[in-house]
Every structure is written in structure tokens, then in C-alpha cells.
Design a protein around this ligand. Structure first.
Ligand SMILES: NC(=O)c1ccc[n+]([C@@H]2O[C@H](COP(=O)([O-])OP(=O)(O)OC[C@H]3O[C@@H](n4cnc5c(N)ncnc54)[C@H](O)[C@@H]3O)[C@@H](O)[C@H]2O)c1
Length: 273
């Protein structure tokens, strides 16, 4: 479908022209920013999230070329949901080049007190759904002769955070899931990479944005001395799922404003502006 006209009647151009991607967790935050970026750069996107309401932006012709976005309300922890997304990519746009497996849930609570069903849900969304998403995409990638997977982990998957053992364990797991999958699939030109955001303004961090002390503590630990926007993080995904990233696989890329560069012993200098 590379020459499918957009809603303005023009042939899409840009880095993602003619390419098709699935983006999960596309109703909000980083996922939505990635979906918008891919469409803006000429691609077509199947945008998946839990409800139609969260995906209402996909029908906003003022905001997005609605002909190049198909919304799907699914829970990606189910295997059949992932297969539905791949079928939708094929039926709507003629194939699949990339999957951005970004849906995630944050859980916090002590190792003693956190309800184990919350841990199980975090494992299901943050790890199991990623395995299912890769598995479902493989036949479609093979038809294209290759494909790109980009997964949202977190700097929290690289070290510990107080009260966040469950979330951090899932994000650590998905990092090694991706590395191993990259090794399994590389010879088929299927690339698998991970992006680790740090503090980013999204729906997930709304609670922190309303808690000035916590918001400020995270900001001060970044090298940039500021939270990232979802668009800034999305730009990294835009590169990773593009043909420009042909040599990049099995990589874990921090898009975290430098928070993971800090040992945590000292606070970096403040901004002057
Ligand atoms: N915001 C941050 O500071 C930050 C930092 C590091 C990593 N992350 C990761 O970034 C990813 C995106 O989160 P965000 O910050 O944009 O948060 P967000 O809450 O704005 O977006 C996450 C989206 O995922 C969707 N989702 C959750 N479970 C789902 C499921 N089972 N099926 C389909 N959709 C589902 C939610 O409905 C939501 O719209 C997550 O994996 C998160 O862990 C975020």
C-alpha cells in the first residue's frame, strides 16, 4: 500500500511512507506519540488500546490522517488479540513492517504487601503481551522478508527502585526477552530493540505530576534537569522501526534524560534557564 493516497489526496511521503506498524498502548502517552509520529512521517498504523474511548483521537481528522490509522480496542495480554491486530494491519494496509510493543502498567507496593494479582497483571501486560506480540507478527514479517520490533521497557528495568520490585522485575525481564529474541530472529532480518524511558510526562505519571516533591526529586536526578515529553521518547522509536536502523538489533537504548547515568550519589547541576 505504499502509494495509498492520504485523506488529503496526496501520496504519503516521509521516512515511514509505505510502511505499516502496530502500536500497542496507543491510547495515551508514549504509544500515542509514536503512532502520531509514524503517521505524520507517511506510515500506516494499527493503534491498539483497551477501549474505544482511549482511541478517540484516531478519528480526529484535524489531528491525524484518519485513512492511515486503524483503531483496535483489545487487551494485548490475550494471544488472539495480537493475532487480530496483525490481521487488521493486513486487511487495512496490506501487510506489516513493525510492531511497537509499548502497552504497560505500573504497580507499586512493598514485597510484603503488594497483592500478588497486581504482580501477575504487571507480568501479563509488561512481559507476556510482548512475547505474544512478537510471536503474532512473525508470519507477517516473514512475508515481507523482515521486520522491526521495538519494546518499551524502562530505566526501572536496569536497577532497583524502592517499592517498585514488581514493576522493575517485569521491565528487567522484557529487556532480556528482547535481547534473546533479537538473537533468535536476526538472521531473518527481524530486528528487536528496547527503549528505556526515564521520567516522562504521560498518563502513567499523572499521579507524580500532581505530587510536587516526587516530581521534583525525579527531575533533579536527570542530567537534563527536566522530564521528557512523550514526543521526545517517540522520536527514538521512529528511528528504531525505520530502515535507517538496519544495523541496530538487540540494543537497549535509554531515552531517559541521563537519569541512568547517575550513580545516585550526587545531584547534577541545575539548569540556568
Ligand atoms: N511515563 C514514564 O515516565 C515511563 C517511564 C518508563 C517506562 N514507561 C513505559 O512506557 C510505556 C507507555 O506508558 P506511558 O507512560 O505512555 O503511560 P500511559 O498510561 O499514558 O499509556 C499506557 C497505555 O497502555 C494501555 N494499556 C495498558 N494495558 C493494556 C493492555 N492490556 N492492552 C492494551 N493496552 C493497554 C493503557 O490503557 C494506556 O493507554 C509503558 O510500558 C510504561 O511502563 C513509562
Amino acid at each position: 500500500m505504499s502509494n495509498e493516497p492520504g485523506s488529503n489526496g496526496e501520496t504519503p511521503s516521509g521516512r515511514h511512507a509505505g510502511r505499516v506498524a502496530i502500536v500497542t498502548g496507543a491510547g495515551s502517552g508514549i504509544g500515542r506519540a509514536v503512532a502520531e509520529l509514524l503517521v505524520r512521517e507517511g506510515g500506516s498504523v494499527v493503534a491498539a488500546d483497551l477501549s474505544d474511548d482511549r482511541l478517540a483521537w484516531c478519528r480526529d481528522a484535524e489531528r491525524v490522517d484518519v485513512k492511515r490509522i486503524a483503531a483496535a480496542a483489545v487487551d494485548v495480554t490475550h494471544a488472539d488479540a495480537n493475532e487480530v491486530l496483525v490481521s487488521l494491519a493486513d486487511e487495512s494496509f496490506g501487510g506489516l513492517d513493525a510492531v511497537v510493543l509499548n502497552a504497560g502498567v505500573a504497580v507499586s507496593g512493598s514485597i510484603e504487601m503488594l497483592e500478588m494479582n497486581q504482580f501477575d497483571r504487571a507480568v501479563d501486560v509488561n512481559v507476556r503481551a510482548v512475547a505474544l506480540g512478537i510471536r503474532a507478527a512473525l508470519p507477517a514479517f516473514r512475508e515481507r522478508g523482515g521486520g522491526a520490533v521495538a519494546i518499551t521497557a524502562s530505566t526501572s528495568g536496569q536497577r532497583g527502585d524502592p517499592g517498585m520490585w514488581a514493576y522493575n522485575a517485569t521491565k528487567a525481564a522484557v529487556i532480556n526477552l528482547a535481547r534473546s529474541a533479537a538473537l533468535d530472529l536476526g538472521a531473518e532480518d527481524i530486528r528487536v530493540n528496547v527503549v528505556c524511558p526515564g521520567p516522562t510526562i504521560t498518563g502513567m505519571t499523572e499521579r507524580l505530576q500532581d505530587a510536587p516533591a516526587a516530581f521534583e526529586a525525579l527531575r533533579r536526578r536527570t542530567a537534563r534537569q527536566k522530564w521528557a515529553t512523550a514526543d521526545e521518547v517517540a522520536a527514538v522509536f521512529g528511528f528504531l522501526v525505520s530502515p535507517e536502523a538496519a544495523a541496530v538489533t538487540g540494543a537497549v537504548i535509554n531515552a531517559d534524560g541521563g537519569i541512568s547515568a547517575n550513580t545516585g550519589q550526587f545531584l547534577p547541576p541545575e539548569r540556568s534557564t
